[in-house]
Write a protein that binds this ligand. Sequence first.
Ligand SMILES: Cc1ncc(COP(=O)(O)O)c(C=O)c1O
Length: 380
Amino acid sequence: MRFSDLTIDFPGSTNRLYQRLGELRQTGAAIVDLVSANVTEHGIAFPHDRLAAVLTESAVAGRVYAPDSLGQPAAREAIARYEGVPAGRILLTPGTSVSYWYVFKLLCEAGDEVLCPAPSYPLFDYIARLAGVRIRHYRLDGNRAWAIDMESVEAAITPRTRAVVVISPHNPTGMVLDPAAMAKLATVASRNDLALIVDEVFRELVYDGVEAPRPHGTEAPLVFALNGFSKMFALPGLKIGWMAVSGRSAEVDRAMRTLEMISDTFLPVNEPAQLAVPAILEAGADFLPAYRGELERRRNAALAALGALAPSPPSGGVHMVLPVGRDVDEDALALELLEDARVLVHPGYFYDVEGRHIVLAFVQEARVLGEALRRLAARL
Ligand SMILES: Cc1ncc(COP(=O)(O)O)c(C=O)c1O
């Protein structure tokens, strides 16, 4: 039997850390998972009664199948109000990961390049591989609270570069772009005729009164702002994502026509979920302050337990990156923390962090998180 090289690149094996985790769990050891960022496992939930009522209504409303290749108009109109772009420039998707794939296919021929930040969330490598796109990295500077190193963006551009990906708030550093950095990136994109792909999945999860700057209306010739309900409203299973497209009209129109075609090929977004979008946005606005406040409390509990071990507190998102000293073997440390402190964290190199670090999520309940991080701090 012949297979594609995907079977070599994606062998599906488990690394040493996860093998050991499995063994320890089999012995009944209680390990605190500081890797999963799934808040729904840790006592955070969109109000069940509102969700149940909205989904019942949308199931009834959707009993006659009448798909729209860009997504149901009522959903797009509600999202357009949230995004501040016209409804004709919104495309619904089953989530941001799929949105990335669509945009990569829209912009790139096989072997074309997209610039992504390092450190970065590992999913890009997989999506890029599936889309036949090459990833090149630009740097976030660990000595400047993970701000974008603009020189490294320009240095990474080649004749095959098609787009720059920006994640703000960023996973895993928690960095939130400042307005000047957004404007500079837009200028670089404009000067080099590149699209800007702005991942805003953590846009609503910001702390200390910080706000993430919006990419629409900047100098960038073509902008794809990606978001969805997965993180925004703690509804990852609903599978509602979108992209909001802005920029020069001719480019936006051309992009929308092809995106519509890609989406029409699959029609992958659940119809009742689409019909529920306007009501979920409305109910979500009531839920967000408490949700955001709870995550901010959990972040603060993590920072209190870690003290000086967390020199760059995250301003948004649900992850943080901790430096662990120059000579430390990250793999050995993660294994030791699992064995001795009973916490699961990731080595920094999983996320292409320069130097020696560990990466963790702060979504566990404050008491569990605080206790786990005090054990971790004692070990470090
Ligand atoms: C930065 C970032 N972008 C995108 C995603 C994927 O989001 P979705 O659930 O909408 O596919 C994640 C999920 O963890 C993420 O951390």
